[in-house]
Design a binder for this molecule. Structure first.
Ligand code: HEM
Length: 266
């Protein structure tokens, strides 16, 4: 055992690919899926660090964790490049092999991805259901649904700093989807454009959230593009067009009022 390996567990990592076909391209599909899964977990870890810092009143440390999360989206999104070679005739045999070996599969069963999306505040509760065959992970997801999202934690911070975040937002059941509120648009407008130096840390927080939202939107777009090329409108998990299902969800944008704040025209 070397120090390198005892830290990285490279021997374990390199033993974790068990292809289900004899196609050469399957390795890249499998490794990219595993790399993305690790990134989902890493973003979740950063969001949970950030949430704890926000609750502890450590805004600078929260912003640092949020910026790291945004950077991880850059790495996650770059991983799609490894699949640019793949088209429909390459993917369908892998999917068939997967079905024959492991049964009906969908990445909707990725509980880490779902946890990430729930933490961003996009929370259709029915999307926890594909994870129900794994009771511990399913319960953890339901617990996440009962906790504030990262945006809820940031809005609580804005409120503690005297900005007008309505009680109806702060005190709602966290499972209830947050609807855009004009007072919060006003709060972000003040944070970004009042020029008050005392609000600079809140602006940094908002900017980090925007970078995360853009990284997430880019992930959804790249996934959609890869699916159009390799799978198209064939039926997905729900029996309807897989591409159609993804296209519908690709318009979800977290942290809604950051995108609709409305400074007066100068
Ligand atoms: C390149 C070939 C790929 C195709 C054709 C494809 C196709 C699909 C489809 C059709 C869905 C919708 C749900 C369903 O019907 O199963 C989906 C969801 C999903 N896929 Fe993929 N996918 C591909 C690659 C990947 C990779 C590499 C990952 C990384 C782990 C991944 C992760 C996910 C996740 C997390 C969801 C849930 C998305 C959401 O809730 O918005 N997919 N995929």
């Amino acid at each position: 055992m070397s120090a390198y390996n005892s830290y990285l567990k490279a021997d374990v990592l390199h033993s974790l690919q068990a292809p289900v076909t004899d196609t050469e391209g399957e390795r890249s599909f499998l490794v990219v899926c595993q790399v993305q899964e690790l990134y989902f977990g890493l973003v979740v870890t950063e969001l949970r660090f950030a949430a704890q810092h926000l609750r502890d009143g450590e805004t600078a440390a929260a912003v640092t964790a949020l910026r790291r999360a945004a950077d991880h989206f850059t790495g996650l999104n770059a991983s799609w490049k490894s699949l640019e070679w793949m088209s429909v005739g390459d993917f369908l045999p892998i999917k068939a092999g997967l079905g024959a070996t492991h049964g009906k599969s969908s990445s909707l069963q990725s509980w880490k991805y779902r946890e990430l999306v729930f933490l961003l505040g996009i929370r259709p509760p029915e999307l926890a259901e594909p994870v129900a065959t794994m009771p511990a992970e399913h319960k953890a997801l339901l617990d996440t649904l009962g906790e504030p999202s990262i945006y809820d934690d940031v809005l609580a911070l804005l409120s503690r700093r005297g900005l007008p975040v309505p009680d109806v937002v702060l005190q709602r059941d966290p499972q209830v989807h947050h609807q855009s509120h004009p007072d919060i648009e006003q709060a972000w407008t003040t944070v970004f454009y009042s020029g008050d130096p005392a609000l600079a840390d809140l602006r940094s927080c908002g900017e980090a959230l925007m970078r995360i939202a853009e990284g997430y939107a880019e992930y959804k777009h790249l996934h959609l593009v890869a699916t159009r090329r390799t799978f198209g409108h064939r039926p997905g998990y729900y029996g309807t067009s897989g591409l159609g299902w993804l296209a519908e969800t690709a318009t979800e944008v977290p942290f809604t009022e950051l995108w609709s704040m409305a400074p007066e025209a100068g």
